[in-house]
Each structure stands twice: as structure tokens, then as C-alpha cells.
Design a protein around this ligand. Sequence first.
Ligand code: HEC
Length: 190
Amino acid sequence: MSRALAGVAFLSAAVGAAADGGTAESPSRGALVRFHTACASCHVAECSGRLSFDSGSAGARGHVKRYAPTANDAVVRELFSMLTSLKRTCQHALPAPPLLPRFDAAFLAEHFNPDASAWFVPLPARSRTGVVELDVGVGQHAEVSLLDDSLETLVEVHGAGTLRLDAPASARPSFLLVRRAQSVSRLEVR
Ligand code: HEC
């Protein structure tokens, strides 16, 4: 009985800690997208536990805010716990793909980090090779990478307008990282 009560208390404390629905175990989509667009390039291979600021947590907070200036306090806390968990378990959390490979404007907006001007979009598993096609707007030279769930780059294209990537079959979700684009107005996986 007391064990069950303790479990419930822990759960509600974890939910209370992040106003937008994320917890240390399952961060919010917003925190995941921020992490993979603004932090992963430096932090993803880290699980040694060596990383630390001499200045303590105040210094670390300043550092996180530098790379996530518009993140609210709840998301900053989530980013901290994601990094702590990465260092402890050597595993990074990833956002879940949609059940069907349909990416409407709302879904794309949820996967955009304004501070990094970048998108991190989860794509469902595919039983056969396919094509990822997206419109990134003209004028800027966008960088688009398809990553596997270990965040290894599978394919990369650079350019403007309509971009296409050949996506290998994959039993697990993959992830599209879009940088230096003005917009992603359309994304299709065929
Ligand atoms: C350009 C590379 C780079 C980026 C981008 C970056 N970091 Fe860091 N981060 C570092 C380095 C290097 C350290 C270690 C500093 C030290 O050793 O004093 C660090 C340290 C930290 C620490 C302190 C860890 C500890 O145990 O004290 C946290 C927390 C952290 N980063 C979170 C983040 C988050 C969250 C983001 C994204 C919003 C981010 N970092 C983006 C390079 C980066």
C-alpha cells in the first residue's frame, strides 16, 4: 500500500514540475525539439559524466538560456533533466512520429525551434525505400539531413525550393533535421 502511494506521489510531482506536460522520463515535444535542434550537435555523444561547469548550476543555466533564449522555465528544467539523463543512461529521448505519414502545418509548427530556426521532425518507420519531399522556400540555402534513431546521418541535401531525399527502408522511426530554411511549407513522405 505504501509503495503504491509513493508511486502516485512521484508521478504527480513529475507532472507538476513541467507545466506543458513534459516529465524527466518523457520530455515535452517542445523540449525534445529544442534539444535536437540546439543542443544535440554538442551534447549528444556525451555520457561520460565528465561535463560540468565550474561555476555550478547558475553558469549552466546561463549556458542553456544562451542556446534556448525563449524557452520558459519549465522547458529549461526539462532540458537540464534530458542532459542529466543522457549522461546517466547514454540514451537520448526522441519525439514520437505521427501514426500516418501526414505532416500538416500544425505538426510542422510543433517541431520548429524559433531560437535555432530549425525543424526536427520524426518520420514513421517505412517497410520500403521512399522519398521525402519538402518545400523550404527560396532565397536561403537550407541544410536538410535525414537521421536514424541513433542520430547518424543517412542522407543530406542542401538547396532551396523543393528538396528531395531518398529515404532507405527502416523498421524504426527516422528524423528530419532542417536548418537554415525560411520555412517548411510542405513535407511529404512517399
Ligand atoms: C556549441 C556547443 C554547445 C551547445 C550548442 C550546447 N552546449 Fe551545453 N555545454 C557545452 C560544453 C562544452 C559544456 C561543458 C562546459 C564545461 O565543461 O565547463 C556544456 C555544459 C552544459 C551543461 C552543464 C552540465 C553539467 O553537468 O554541469 C548543461 C546542463 C548544458 N550544457 C545544457 C545544454 C543545453 C540544454 C543546450 C541546448 C539548449 C546546450 N547545452 C547547448 C557545449 C554546448
